[in-house]
Design a protein around this ligand. Sequence first.
Ligand SMILES: NC(=O)c1ccc[n+]([C@@H]2O[C@H](COP(=O)([O-])OP(=O)(O)OC[C@H]3O[C@@H](n4cnc5c(N)ncnc54)[C@H](O)[C@@H]3O)[C@@H](O)[C@H]2O)c1
Length: 400
Amino acid sequence: MPDRVKLAIIGCGGMAGAHLGGYEKLLAAGYDKFQIVAVCDTNAKNAAAFADRIEEFAGTRPQIFGSVKDMLDDTSIDAADICTPHAFHHTTAIPCLRKGIHVMIEKPGGITIKAGKKILAAAEKSGAIVATAEQVRRCKGARVMEWAINRKKVIGTPSFFTMEVLGHQEFNWRSYAFAWRGLKLLGGGGMLYDAGVHFADMMLHVFGPVAEVHADLRTFFTPMLNGPAGLGKQRLDVEDTWLATLHFESGLVGHWSYSREAYGYKVRTGVYYGTKGSLRDRQEWMHPFQHGADLRLKDGSEVPYEKLQEQYMQQLSKAKTQRLFPYGLDDGVSNECWDFIEAIDKGRQPEVDGYAALKAKALCYALYESNLAGKPIKPADVESGKVNAYQRPIDEYWKI
Ligand SMILES: NC(=O)c1ccc[n+]([C@@H]2O[C@H](COP(=O)([O-])OP(=O)(O)OC[C@H]3O[C@@H](n4cnc5c(N)ncnc54)[C@H](O)[C@@H]3O)[C@@H](O)[C@H]2O)c1
């Protein structure tokens, strides 16, 4: 490995801006095993703004490219951090992987299961790393709660949970960032495949595999969108509401619902019940446990999240504390950026790899497939490719 990992940012929009914040914090903390040498975006203005920002905090200006092809023809990089819309995860990642360039891909890590598998196949062939930018489970709150549930068993055996995010949210559908999120061909689905994939990843991480799901999806609001990538004017065609039941292999059962077209009462609830008590999530946006959860036991006694966090931190060794919260940084984004560079530097796997992304995707897509089929669906059948009726038009359109 060269002294410093030469890094490119592909897709310079909203979330990539948060990644830059992570790299900036790492540099400020004294971690300098990387240098951002290139930025790549089909939108020249976005790429230039990123180059300005990087020059300001890192002191060197990255090269600017309008396409991955031009970037790969022109510069030598070791790694790429990919933050494009979902339809372009595989089109940007695979050419990098073929050249042995390690990638970290924002969740969901490919628009369909097939796209995700093609990314993994390209990585296996070249030996390059595929990391997943899944920050939620690396946040301090999420680490504390995984320990509290699985190691300390604060609620005993988990028995059921309910996660509901209901209310009226207005998105700016005229903006690029929402226009692609409203079209199945660009986003893969709506919020279930977008923010929902964080929830899916965390549920699998904390509670283990899901055997079967049964879901109902609805679309109540269908504004006209100006579809990017040549898709032109068309109506939003993804869900804005869902209600689902998740049956875990452990016997745990969960209810998960979301709507942004729920008028009047607003609901933000995430409660996980077990044989000894329950945990109330402080989440606001399907990012389970990111802000921790409060415990209430059968006898009415309460343990606030802060106390659980204190107990968790006390039992961590110094080495583990440094690994889980490098440089004292406990936000998931700085952590995933650090983990990606360290994985390359040390030749190890990242904490969240491309296979984890595939599992979370399969769980989300099982809900879409269940809605389409009108019956329960096993995420394992979605992951294997046996069930793919919902995704097939996306794979056909993009020739995946
Ligand atoms: N982890 C999180 O909490 C979180 C939050 C928001 C978004 N995301 C994820 O980040 C990714 C990007 O979302 P966003 O909100 O930043 O979107 P965005 O629309 O704000 O930005 C996407 C950028 O990609 C560029 N782009 C499009 N096609 C490209 C291509 N072929 N090559 C290079 N650049 C291209 C666009 O011009 C734009 O600048 C998605 O995978 C999304 O799910 C994650």
